[in-house]
Design a protein around this ligand. Structure first.
Ligand SMILES: *Cc1c(COP(=O)(O)O)cnc(C)c1O
Length: 350
């Protein structure tokens, strides 16, 4: 890609226009088309994408937003930054995604939205979640930071809910050379509001109709991401191939469960084992990098002390956080590397 990326980045540098502008617009069009979504709005990060969706939905201090405690902090701290309260619903132990039965118990008269996360690259149970949010008349927001390219019943994750947040953090399936994010939605009014909110609530220069923030995608990131978008499906295919290899070759260990109605894009390949910490240490000694996503779960984080949760409140998430381990997963991983990983894990798990 080097030549294409160099050329498109240099073109931006010599254009003199560095924020938003034609490169960002053309990338927004391509992403909207890729997802099958009517509108795409480039913003500064995935975190801002979630925050701006919630702001545009008018999430306010007296409101509650239901989400999973088993996710990256950005899914919930954006709710808190609107002044609203995150209300956690436990996950399904097989998919690690929010459990619709638990979500159902969390609705109150204050519920303003539900945020589903497609964790590790596998879509959440969108049919049940959509039915629930529709019946309560609240929007369903998709956190697609890990799931770009994944599908639920033939539709792209990120095109099913009211609005979706994408992240172009460098390690995501489509990663920039810095921070970047995007909101996708079919709702024209919501799209308009987010376009304003990302530029200080302005509809016309120096005329501000809403209180907004500064959260815009850089032209250099858009130019680079446009080149990389052409490779996304190929890279996701390589991730799936690697996952299939791991599935076939790992023994005596919990490999990922994939729902029959979805395609999983393996942002992470996450195994499950009781002696997780020992396995992680052993792999580390063998020079194999692994990570735990996520520990502790959000309801036990110091920043959420005030919510008054205690250990035992979300047992499925708590148990998962002691047992999950994400193995090396990236496009371009070599056959030898995959074998090394499987041999090391199998030596441990017997
Ligand atoms: C990465 C990530 C985000 C935040 O994206 P940034 O671009 O890093 O702000 C939000 N939610 C989840 C689940 C993520 O993995």
């Amino acid at each position: 890609m080097k030549e294409d990326i160099d050329n498109s980045v240099l073109k931006v540098l010599s254009s003199g226009g560095y924020i938003l502008g034609p490169e960002v617009e053309s990338f927004e069009h391509e992403m909207a088309e890729y997802l099958g979504s009517k509108h795409a709005i480039g913003v500064a990060s995935g975190t801002d994408a979630i925050f701006l969706i919630l702001k545009a939905l008018d999430v306010c201090p007296s409101d509650e937003v239901i989400t999973t405690p088993f996710t990256f902090i950005a899914t919930a701290d954006t709710i808190s930054n609107c002044g609203a309260k995150p209300v956690f619903a436990d996950i399904n132990p097989n998919t690690y995604n929010i459990d619709p039965n638990e979500v159902e118990k969390c609705f109150s008269s204050r519920t303003k939205a539900v945020i589903a996360v497609h964790l590790y690259g596998q879509p959440a149970e969108m049919d049940s979640l959509k039915a629930l949010t529709d019946s309560h008349g609240v929007p369903l927001v998709e956190d697609c930071a890990q799931s770009l390219g994944a599908e639920f019943k033939g539709r792209k994750a990120g095109s099913i809910g009211t609005a979706s947040a994408l992240s172009f953090f460098p390690t995501k399936n489509l990663g920039g050379a810095g921070d970047g994010g995007m909101v996708c939605t079919n709702d024209a009014r919501l799209a308009d509001r987010i376009r304003m909110l990302r530029v200080h609530g302005s509809h016309k220069k120096y005329h501000h109709s809403m209180i907004g923030i500064n959260s815009r995608l850089d032209a250099i990131q858009a130019a680079l991401l446009k080149v990389k978008l052409n490779y996304l499906d190929t890279w996701n295919g390589q991730r799936i191939e690697t996952a299939n290899y791991y599935n076939r070759n790992l023994k005596n260990i919990g490999t990922p469960y994939v729902m029959p109605s979805v395609s999983h894009v393996y942002h992470q390949y996450t195994i499950r084992i009781k002696q997780r910490d020992q396995l992680q240490e052993l792999l580390g000694e063998a020079g194999i990098g692994t990570s735990v996503y996520y520990k502790p779960p959000l309801h036990l984080q110091d920043c959420y002390r005030d919510l008054g949760h205690k250990r035992g409140d979300f047992p499925v998430s708590e148990k998962a956080s002691t047992e999950v381990l994400s193995l090396p997963m990236f496009p371009g991983i070599t056959q030898e590397e995959k074998e090394t990983v499987c041999d090391a894990v199998n030596n441990f798990s017997g």
